[in-house]
Design a protein around this ligand. Sequence first.
Ligand code: SF4
Length: 239
Amino acid sequence: MFKLLSTANPKIQKGTKMGYLSFILHLAPADLSGKEVCPKRTAGCTSACLNTAGRGGMFKKGENTNMIQKARIRKTNYFFEDRDSFMKDLYQDINKAIKFAAKAGLTPVIRLNGTSDLSWEKYTVGTTDMNLFQLFPTVQFYDYTKVLGRKVADIKNYHLTFSKADGNDADVARAIAQGYNIAAVFDEMPETYMGLPVINADETDLRFLDPKGCIAGLKAKGRAKKDYSGFVIRIKEVA
Ligand code: SF4
């Protein structure tokens, strides 16, 4: 039914208890497709990427790809090779998502960077000269990003949480100063980090509901469990 969006991520589904249904776009992260979709990625986040969490990281013996990874690469190629059609399909998918959620009695919310970090505010749809946030002003969009300085301050229906990774501490400090909440990946969830309260961001994916001035704590998943690059913050070893 949906060409580009999905609702399959288990954490996304946790939001339904709170009345929201998240629709998420998963592209092939980093430059897996041959094209870069994560301009500020770090060595640590690239190798520990959530792309490998859940079913996306399950490979048959002797294989290093699967249906999910192939679909993500196909979508990413589509984005780069036929942007106009891609954006129109995405627009149609969001329309479908709105109807789908309404039937389920839920509020649709949209995350476009499930496994990418693109600046969606730059991409318009068809001949409208409007981006998706402008075309769906009553729909809440949200994402995580490592790109500071995105021109989103005036977009009221787009919530961004800044992502900490190995080696982007200076940007994290700037992001906090600019009022962003920070997402950080831990081996074990602390109560506070950098002097800010840590909330359990694994409970739902609904970051736009988080209180201001907090750390959205995520537990290491997939390959991240074995990360020692500095991307995963090791609390156990420090304690
Ligand atoms: S920026 Fe995000 S999506 Fe991209 S490689 Fe890093 S963790 Fe994965």
